[in-house]
Design a protein around this ligand. Sequence first.
Ligand SMILES: Nc1ncnc2c1ncn2[C@@H]1O[C@H](COP(=O)(O)OP(=O)(O)OP(=O)(O)O)[C@@H](O)[C@H]1O
Ligand SMILES: [Mg+2]
Length: 346
Amino acid sequence: MKFKKTYKFAFTVSLALAIFSFLTIMILSYLFYTQINLFFSISFSLLIFLFSFLLVQYRVERFIYRRVKKIYDEVSLLDIDDLKKRSITSDMETLSKEVKKFAEDKRLEIEMLQIREEYRREFLGNVSHELKTPLFTVQGYLLTLIDGAINDKTIRDKYLNRANKGVDRLINIVKDLDMISKLESGNLNPKFETFNIVGLVQNVFDLLEIKAKKRAIILTFDKKYDAPILVKGDIERIEQILINLIENSIKYGKQSGNTVVNVKNYSQTQFIIKVTDDGEGIEEQHLSRLFERFYRVDQSRSREQGGSGLGLSIVKHIIEAHNQQVFVESQQGKGATFSFTLEKIN
Ligand SMILES: Nc1ncnc2c1ncn2[C@@H]1O[C@H](COP(=O)(O)OP(=O)(O)OP(=O)(O)O)[C@@H](O)[C@H]1O
Ligand SMILES: [Mg+2]
C-alpha cells in the first residue's frame, strides 16, 4: 500500500533537541570553566539531530500509520470500495479532506434514500387512493341493489352494468401497476423482432376506431405509406405505446378533431413516430412531469375519461427498455405531439 509521508514533525522536534543539546553543552562548559570545543559540540548536536530525527520519524510513522490505518479499516467496513482504493496517508490535511469527502458522499447517499422513501410512501398513497374510488362506486351500486333495487329490472341491469364498469376500471389499474412493477424491476426484457410500424399503427387505428367515432375524431396518417417501414422492437409493447398515445389523443383531443400519425427518419439508425392531435394541449409547467406515475394535468377531466395517469409512465418505461427516446411538445389550446424513436432495420 502506498504511504504518503510527512517529515515536518520529526524535523522540528529533532531541530529543537539539537539546539537544546548544543546550548546545554555550551552553558555547562562555560559554568564549569572547561575548554569549549566548538567542533565537538556541533558534531554532538548534529548526531543528536540525526538520531532523534530518525527515531521520531520512525515512531511517528508507526504510530500514525497504525491509528490512521485503523480509521481507514473502520470506515471501509461501511463502504469497502470507497476508501480502500486510495493510499493510506499520515498527512493529516489529506486525511481530513478524504474523511470530509467520505462524509459528504454518505450524506448524499442518505438524502437519496430519503427521497426514494418519500417517493415510495407517495406511491402507496396514490395506489390506495386510485383503487378506492372505483371500489366505492362498485360497493355503492351493490349496496343499492341489496337494499331492494334488485327487484326493479331496469335499475338492476343499469346498476349491474355500472358496477361491472367499475370492476373493469379496477382491473385496468391493477394490470397497469403490474406492468409498471415488472418494467421497473427489469423483469420485462423486450423481445426484439422486426416488424412493419405502418401496419401496426393501422391495427391500432382499427382497434380504436369505435372510441374515436364516439368523439367524431378522425385517425389518419399524414400521407399514404405504400411501402412497409421496418423497425426493430417488441411488437406487443410498441403496440401498447401506440394504444396509449392514440387513446390519449382521443380522450384529450377536441370533439370532431384529427389525430395524425407520421413516421420519419430521425437519425441514421432511427425512425421517429409522431402522434399529433389538435386538442386542448398541455401547459408548459406540466410537460416535465407528464411521464410520472399517476400524474394527470386535470385530475377531474382525466378521471371522467377513465384515466389513472399510468399510461405515459408505462410508455416511458417501455421506450427506455428499448434504449430509445420519447418526447412531448405541446402548447395549451394548440394540441399536443407525442413522439418516440425506434431502431431501423438497415
Ligand atoms: N394528447 C394529450 N393532450 C392533452 N393532454 C394529454 C394528452 N396526453 C396525455 N395528456 C395528459 O397527461 C396525463 C397523463 O396521461 P396518461 O396517459 O399517463 O394517463 P391517463 O390517460 O390519464 O390514464 P391512463 O393512460 O392510465 O388510462 C393525462 O391525464 C392528461 O392530463
Ligand atoms: Mg393514457
